[in-house]
Design a protein around this ligand. Sequence first.
Ligand code: 3HC
Length: 293
Amino acid sequence: MSSKPNLENVKRILVVGAGAMGSQIGMVGALAGYQVTIQDISEDMLTKAQAALAERMDRNVSKGRMERTDTDAALGRMNYLTSIQDAASTADFVIEAAVEKLETKRGIFQELDRHAPPHAVLATNSSTLGSSQVADITGRADRVCNMHFFNPALVMKCVEVVRHEQTSQETVDTAMGLAERMGKSPILINREIPGFVANRLLGALRTEALKLYDDGIASFQDIDTAAKTALGHPMGPYELMDLVGIDVVHLIRQAHFEETGDPADLPHPALTELYEAGHYGRKTGQGWYTYSE
Ligand code: 3HC
């Protein structure tokens, strides 16, 4: 097989990382008919991901959104492994969705490059790190790009495919084509910039929302209401921070500041306060809002 990526050769997808993003990205791939492996060093994370996905699929069937035969077949196309070497060896396309730490990602890309077949594209779901920062540790920089999904990945249609200077056209075409076959609406980003496109738009809204609240202009609940009832957003900016995770939002902002060096880009103090208190949003039961489940 040629080492040039080609959408038609993609049969097996590997997703690295069994968190909320990784597991749902894998499920989207399996629902689209691909053989999917989810790899995580934590057996516990894999077990939890498997249970959460089965529960999600049950819900989709009971609500009449999907057929049981389809969800069972998709769940049957999913494998869960702790060994990255084994997982990578049969992958035609890899989407890394591990923790947003550069050193961890570099280690993962090095392993992936060693063990994945030469034609395999190595994509990262990172929203903060351009793929050039991991491409240089591999011997296939031309087959590395970002493929950034949105939370919740089972639902949100957008995928940002971001090329770095050395990403080949075949890699871009394969990533865009794969996103389409996964039922998504990919957009192509021609150059690595902090926040890509969607998070830049969201960041502008979030900055303004935090300022309005901080200045005592309105409660954060009322700001959310305005976003929903005046602008038609499905969620207000504060609800969305809780969904995405206060830790993730904080990290995105910190990474943005580190790229620009502009103190105006530092995480907002109110956000830092929640972050330092460990109030990460829905996943901890407390963020801007309190969650009972
Ligand atoms: N996982 C999977 N599916 C979910 C879900 C989740 N966490 N949350 C909701 N859904 C699906 C379910 O099918 C759910 O129906 P169900 O509860 O009957 O099973 C259906 O969506 C509707 O959910 P809800 O009734 O709870 O509420 P909504 O109608 O408001 O829909 C939403 C939920 C789809 C999350 C919608 O509110 C929305 O689109 N919100 C905005 C999300 C957004 O902006 N995401 C981008 C975040 S930025 C990001 O990801 C970038 C990264 O770099 C940080």
